[in-house]
Write a protein that binds this ligand. Structure first.
Ligand SMILES: CC[C@H](C(=O)O)C(=O)SCCNC(=O)CCNC(=O)[C@H](O)C(C)(C)COP(=O)(O)OP(=O)(O)OC[C@H]1O[C@@H](n2cnc3c(N)ncnc32)[C@H](O)[C@@H]1OP(=O)(O)O
Length: 255
């Protein structure tokens, strides 16, 4: 399986389990995310959703380039991008608090998944970045829209996107993208982070999230996410993008 799901003491944990591909997202991972989101919508016993990656090298390396590079046209790209874009929208608008437990590199779409979560706990060795620009595309799962909504200073949010490079954990915390930077056990870091929240009735958490979600609905965030995805799909067709992806795959194959 490309993912693992655990449900313990009200904490539903979704682990992307493709270490050999640095936890890249493929269709199976997308289906797994849909499964946990549906479970949360249909059950009252979940207090938090945690998203993390297997191993210590990567949280998620974005879309699986070896699977998605076969998509060439704008419409082919839009099909995949909007599928994951809808999944991330459903994740971002869950009524329960969502936590990205970032155990390693979160790049490209991996950074978008983390940004779609309410909280980001980052391992001190992890590097994260919206590197889509190095492939001549933009964020394509809604992560750019969520980043501008997360309350970072505009210049810091825009710089993350236009730099298209990875930032270390300290800088991620300085600019306000990472809420915590932790050493050692991610499980311990998570327990420390939710210890106080566990004492509060879940209805309080859900009511506070509703305030944010109501603002998002007033700001037509879904339409903005879909526009972001359309822009990425248009760039997807470019020679620059296809050449960049091929260069990555050639490097990988030449090892
Ligand atoms: C809208 C989202 C958008 C989209 O896909 O539509 C994107 O996410 S675009 C961005 C796509 N992601 C990337 O460009 C990241 C590529 N990967 C890396 O930069 C590095 O692998 C990194 C920093 C994540 C980890 O570096 P490290 O040195 O630890 O590992 P390797 O590079 O040696 O990779 C190990 C192994 O994993 C394979 N791999 C890594 N990332 C991907 C990926 N995104 N898709 C498919 N495969 C990936 C890599 O090819 C190596 O495989 P191997 O068979 O061992 O050669």
């Amino acid at each position: 399986m490309a993912y693992k799901i655990s449900n313990k003491d009200g904490v539903l944990t979704f682990t992307i389990d493709r270490e050999e591909k640095r936890n890249a997202v493929n269709d199976e991972v997308m289906e797994g995310l849909k499964e946990v989101i549906t479970y949360i919508k249909e059950h009252e016993n979940v207090r938090f959703l945690v998203v993390t990656g297997a191993g210590e090298k990567a949280f998620c390396s974005g879309g699986d380039l070896s699977e998605f590079h076969s998509l060439h046209t704008e419409e082919q790209a839009f099909g995949m991008l909007s599928k994951m874009g809808n999944i991330l929208y459903d994740l971002a608008t869950l009524r329960v608090p969502t936590i990205a437990l970032i155990n390693g590199a979160a790049v490209g779409g991996g950074c978008e998944i983390a940004t779609a979560c309410d909280f980001r706990l980052v391992a001190s060795h992890a590097k994260c970045g919206f590197i889509q620009g190095t492939l001549a595309i933009t964020s394509g799962w809604g992560g750019g829209t969520y980043l501008f909504e997360r309350g970072l200073r505009h210049d810091r949010a825009l710089k993350m996107l236009v730099d298209a490079k990875v930032y270390d954990a300290q800088l991620l915390h300085e600019i306000g993208w990472a809420m915590r930077v932790f050493e050692g056990s991610k499980e311990q870091a998570l327990e420390e982070f939710i210890a106080n929240m566990r004492k509060i009735h879940p209805s309080v958490h859900q009511a506070y999230k509703e305030i944010e979600l109501r603002k998002w609905k007033e700001r037509n965030i879904y339409d903005r996410v879909m526009e972001e995805i359309r822009l990425c799909a248009k760039l997807w067709e470019s020679d620059a993008h296809n050449e960049a992806v091929q260069a990555f795959l050639n490097k990988s194959n030449s090892k």
